[in-house]
Design a binder for this molecule. Structure first.
Ligand SMILES: [Zn+2]
Ligand SMILES: [Zn+2]
Length: 282
């Protein structure tokens, strides 16, 4: 069983996300738990939580198939202490929201040095931020997403991800999400079968495949290794359809949420159908 879906909107309430995903023929979904461009949002109401869980069940989504994403303002490696505090509070709130909704995962971008602190300090700050959030919640896992490595963002290489994973020191509640566009932009050419295999071997050695918590399936507009975080629809970018057919059929990703963040929403149903076909599900 594979969980394919897309990052759907929560307009009108979080309970609309599973409904929108079901309309796409998805077996999973990604979403924000609040407005992603604001620091604070009203708490989730009891009614919203109940409706969300009811809609999940009605549409046969298991909690493991949902990969919520944190907001854009959060930088867990923030150099400024006061601002770091704000990010940590917001991240804890997002982890709690995921937990209140009965979900298992929260996907986040590790952070950026903003060019003001060494990588080493930034990794320490992120690791501490994650530990604080894990301590303030009970079971939800923090899912670190690989980045394209643009500017001073950290976490674009397997060695940085592995280092961060180790520094957090809570392997039972830490997972990694691999975004195919970001990996390609960071220099891992997944369109080459040998490079793809080497990547997963190195992932398994450094982090362990059991700690893979999700995938973002995006084709890439830029060239390999150019650090351009620009997603394209499957088959329209430099990675190509064969790359996604290979990923969809890969048994290592069974029961891992695999989410589209591709730019053309009108193609999502078609892209999901393609992935399900390649996985042998339909
Ligand atoms: Zn992503
Ligand atoms: Zn991206």
């Amino acid at each position: 069983m594979k969980y394919f879906g897309a990052h759907v909107s929560i307009a009108g309430g979080v309970e609309n996300a599973p409904l929108r995903a079901a309309e796409l023929g998805a077996t999973g979904f990604a979403m924000f738990t609040k407005n992603q461009r604001q620091w604070a949002s009203a708490p989730l109401s009891t009614l919203s939580i109940a409706l969300f869980q009811e809609t999940m069940a009605k549409n046969h989504f298991v909690p493991e198939a949902a990969l919520p994403h944190d907001g854009y303002l959060i930088n867990l490696g923030q150099p400024d202490d006061a601002k770091l505090e704000l990010s940590r509070k917001a991240f804890c709130d997002e982890m709690r929201r995921a937990e209140q909704l009965g979900l298992r995962l929260l996907n986040f971008h590790p952070g950026t040095t903003l060019g003001q602190i060494p990588l080493n300090d930034c990794l320490d700050r992120i690791a501490e931020s994650v530990r604080i959030a894990l301590d303030s919640t009970e079971h939800v896992c923090a899912v670190i997403e690989n980045t394209a490595g643009a500017g001073s963002t950290v976490g674009s290489t397997l060695s940085e991800l592995s280092e961060l994973f180790t520094r957090i020191g809570r392997p039972e509640r830490t997972r990694i999400c691999i975004d195919t566009c970001h990996a390609f932009a960071a220099g891992y050419n997944f369109s080459n079968a040998a490079v793809y295999e080497d990547f997963w071997k190195e992932f398994d050695r450094g982090i362990g495949l059991a700690h893979l918590g999700g995938m973002h399936l995006n084709d890439a507009k830029g060239e390999c290794g150019k650090h351009l975080d620009r997603h394209d629809s499957l088959g329209k970018g430099a990675l190509g359809k064969d790359t996604f057919a290979r990923i969809a059929a890969d048994p290592r990703f069974d029961r891992i949420p695999m989410m589209l963040e591709t730019p053309d929403e009108t193609l999502w149903a078609e892209e999901i159908a393609f992935l399900r076909r390649e996985a042998g599900a339909i």
